[in-house]
Each structure stands twice: as structure tokens, then as C-alpha cells.
Design a protein around this ligand. Structure first.
Ligand code: GLU
Length: 429
């Protein structure tokens, strides 16, 4: 936990309140995406016109038939504990989803349901990591992977991807990072925060590298699977690399596909021994996930799927709108994401620049702070994704607010003085 976020900064092992906190919690921080969107919410409550491009959350309403199914489930008494890792009919809905969307067939005993993808990931790491066990994570990476690994006692091994290679993982880099202590390799495509969509051939090459290390497993976070733009193909890791199935856990959930972030239902598919261990963790922590929310998730997964392509088109238009405006900024380098709903903007040309108030922007945290103060736009600094200097902009908000937010960002950054601005005003592509 970042000590600046605590009222009374504690040190493990010292006297006072700090002595009550364990080293594991002192080693992690409040999720930066959530922290930034909370700040934006507090500023809005105080009357400031802040637009949040911080948290990754669709602005669409959860479909009415899904909401109604939770209501109906609660009214018919489906309000009690379920099996720790999901009611049987919910697991069946997850199985149906994998068969329909990914052509993958699983038994119930290979399915895990928990309170959101984050808890699924936690359960898998808590079930498998011992001190010294390594987890390979490609950066930029979603804010919570590194912290969850550390919280569960593992050691994150960070492998950087390169913007000029579209942020795709390099199999040679993976090979170099694997050791006899590697327990997991974490893949995330479509990627948060870069929007990179890993081609099936690359997934197969990465799988070949992992195959030579019999102790290593692959966790494939596919939560953005339906948000792939430009009609590009995408494949589940397990389909691209069937030989690794006994060592693969696919992680997914209803949050991003069905606008159900607050319902907190995530799921996974993998080998039975692992699913059993994850259920054991779940039984000792949450008991089970919320039963009406599980029923709603089952309805979302098995009911009308026609919103998905429509929402994808809406998001593609929003991406294009944001890109068109941001490309005009002489202080930003942006590339169109192939999936998810984030633009990961390179702010190298802002570093060292001077704000109208006379401050020097030392790093991407300072850039994000400046955008919040001067433009009233909440973003998340690249430091949160272990890859600087960048800021992540979520375009999961309506076109009016996207246009306003991006215009404000461009105006605020173009008002900076100092080295390295590129004059590309008027650029249209
Ligand atoms: N996954 C979303 C994000 O990156 C939701 C918030 C979170 O859990 O980090 O913004």
C-alpha cells in the first residue's frame, strides 16, 4: 500500500498503528485506476466539471433482460450461498459461452466462477504461488497483475514490450525470462492498457516457448475478447495452443462484454486440479460470489448476444473520434488500439515541459496531474502500468464527452512550453 495513501503512514514492525499492518499489504497500493476515478468523482461532487477517462468501464446500461433475471432470481429465493466456485447452472452458462464463442468444450469441474476477474486471478495465484515462484508479466500491464502476484507471495518478472512493435510480446524475450522458478506466464489480449491484439501465430510461438518449461503455466486474461476492432480476427490462447491446455487457465468475465462491472462476476476455465484448489481458496475467502449476480451473468452469457457487435461498432467510432482529435496534439504520440477501449498515449514530448503556471512536468504522473488540474480530465499515468512515459485514456464514454475531453487535453498540452513539441496541428491521420 503506497504510504502516501495512508493517514498515518505505518512501517511494518514499528510501534503504533503501523505495527498492526502486515508486510504483504504494505507492499501493495490502492488500484491506481480506481484511485484516479475516485478522485474524479470527488472533484465532480465538489462542483468541478471533470471528465473521467480513467477507469475502464463501459457507460452502457446492463441490458434490461439481465437486470430482470437477477430480480426474478432473488424473488424466487435464489439468495443463498451457492457452491463456492459457482452454481451448477451458472457454470453451464459459462460452458455454453466457451463452446459458442471459442469452440472450446469444458466440463463443469473445469469452470470457476468468482466475484470478478480480479478475484479469479487472485484465487489462481493464491492457490499456486509459493515464495520465490515467478510470474512473467509483459509490460505495459494492467495495474493489478503485479500487485496481486506480490500479495500472493510470488515474484513478478517484468518483460517489456515495445511501442514500435505494437506492444506485442517477443517470444525471445519470454525465453530469456523463463527460469526453473517460473510458475506462470500471464498473457492479456486484447491488452489493457495498449489495446494490442496478439495474432494467433504469435500466441502459438509463445506457447512453444512455454512448452519447453514443464513447470510453467499460462494465464490468458481474455476479458476484452469481444472488443476487437477493424474486423480483425482474434483467438483464445487455448485454441491457438491446444497442446498447452493442461497448463492453461483462461480468465474472463461479464464486466466488459455486457456492461456489468458492478455485478462482479468473473470466471475461468482450466485443469480440474487447479479449479479444485481455486474453489478451496474461494470457500475460505468469499464463500461464493453473489447469487443473484451469478444468475444475471448466466442470463447475459446465454441470452440475446446482439448488443455485442453493436457496442463494438459504437466503441470503434469513439476510438476514431478520440484518435482524430489527439493526433493534432504536438505533445502526444498516439496509435490506434486494435481492441479494448483504451488509448495508450506516449507523452515523452511533455516530459521536461513547463506548464503555464511555471511547473516542470518531470514524469507521466506529473502529466496526469496536470491534465486533471488544468484540463479537468482524469487519466491514468503510465507508471501505473509499469511503462512510462505514457497516459492511458479510456474511451468508454459518450462521443460528446470524448470530444470535449480530448479537445481539453490537446489545448492543455499545447499550452506547455519548453523542449520537444512537434508542430502537427491540422494533422488528420
Ligand atoms: N480493469 C479496469 C481498468 O483497468 C477496471 C478497474 C480496475 O480494476 O483496474 O480500468
Amino acid at each position: 500500500m503506497a504510504q502516501s495513501q495512508l493517514n498515518d503512514p505505518p512501517q511494518a514492525g514499528e510501534g503504533g498503528p503501523g505495527a498492526m499492518l502486515g508486510r504483504r499489504v504494505l507492499g501493495i497500493k490502492l488500484s491506481p485506476t480506481i484511485a484516479m476515478s475516485e478522485r474524479a468523482a470527488r472533484m465532480r461532487e465538489a462542483g468541478k466539471d471533470v471528465i473521467s477517462m480513467a477507469v475502464g468501464e463501459l457507460d452502457f446500461d446492463t441490458p434490461a433482460h439481465v437486470v430482470e433475471s437477477a430480480d426474478a432470481a432473488a424473488k424466487r429465493g435464489f439468495t443463498r450461498y451457492t457452491a463456492p466456485d459457482g452454481a451448477p447452472f451458472v457454470k453451464d452458462a459459462v460452458r455454453e459461452k466457451f463452446l459458442r464463442d471459442n469452440d472450446l468444450s469444458f466440463g463443469r469441474e473445469e469452470i470457476h466462477v468468482a466475484s470478478g476477474c480480479k478475484q479469479v486471478i487472485h484465487n489462481a495465484f493464491a492457490a499456486t504461488l509459493d515464495p520465490g515462484d515467478e510470474v512473467v508479466i509483459f509490460t505495459p500491464s494492467w495495474v493489478s497483475y503485479i500487485d496481486i502476484v506480490e500479495f500472493c507471495g510470488g515474484t513478478p518478472v517484468v518483460v517489456e514490450t515495445r511501442p514500435e512493435e505494437g506492444f506485442l510480446p517477443d517470444p525471445a524475450g519470454l525465453e530469456a525470462a523463463l527460469t526453473p522458478r517460473t510458475k506462470w506466464v500471464l498473457l492479456n489480449s486484447p491488452n489493457n492498457p495498449t489495446g494490442a491484439v496478439y495474432p494467433a501465430a504469435l500466441l502459438a510461438r509463445l506457447a512453444d516457448v512455454v512448452a519447453a518449461h514443464p513447470r510453467a503455466m499460462v494465464m490468458s486474461d481474455e476479458i476484452y475478447e469481444h472488443l476487437v476492432f477493424d474486423r480483425a480476427p482474434r483467438q483464445s490462447f487455448m485454441v491457438a495452443a491446444p497442446a498447452l491446455r493442461p497448463r492453461t487457465l483462461i480468465v474472463n468475465g461479464v464486466s466488459k462484454t455486457y456492461a456489468m462491472t458492478g455485478w462482479r462476476v468473473g470466471f475461468a476455465a482450466g485443469p480440474r486440479w487447479l479449479i479444485d484448489a481455486m474453489a478451496c481458496v474461494q470457500s475460505q475467502t468469499a464463500g461464493s460470489s453473489n447469487s443473484p449476480a451469478q444468475a444475471a451473468a448466466a442470463t447475459a452469457l446465454t441470452g440475446d448476444q446482439s448488443e455485442i457487435p453493436r457496442w463494438r461498432q459504437v466503441l470503434e467510432r469513439r476510438r476514431d473520434l478520440a484518435m482524430e482529435i489527439l493526433r493534432r496534439c504536438g505533445r502526444l504520440d498516439v496509435r490506434a488500439p486494435g481492441g479494448a477501449f483504451y488509448i495508450y498515449a506516449d507523452v515523452s514530448r511533455c516530459i521536461g515541459a513547463i506548464t503555464p503556471g511555471g511547473a516542470t512536468l518531470a514524469d507521466d504522473d506529473a502529466v496526469a496531474e496536470y491534465l486533471l488540474d488544468a484540463a479537468h480530465v482524469a487519466t491514468v499515468a503510465g507508471s501505473a502500468f509499469a511503462f512510462s512515459p505514457f497516459v492511458r485514456l479510456s474511451f468508454a464514454l459518450d462521443e460528446g464527452r470524448i470530444a470535449a475531453a480530448c479537445e481539453r487535453i490537446v489545448a492543455a498540452l499545447d499550452a506547455l512550453t519548453g523542449p520537444d513539441a512537434r508542430d502537427n496541428r491540422g494533422a488528420s491521420s
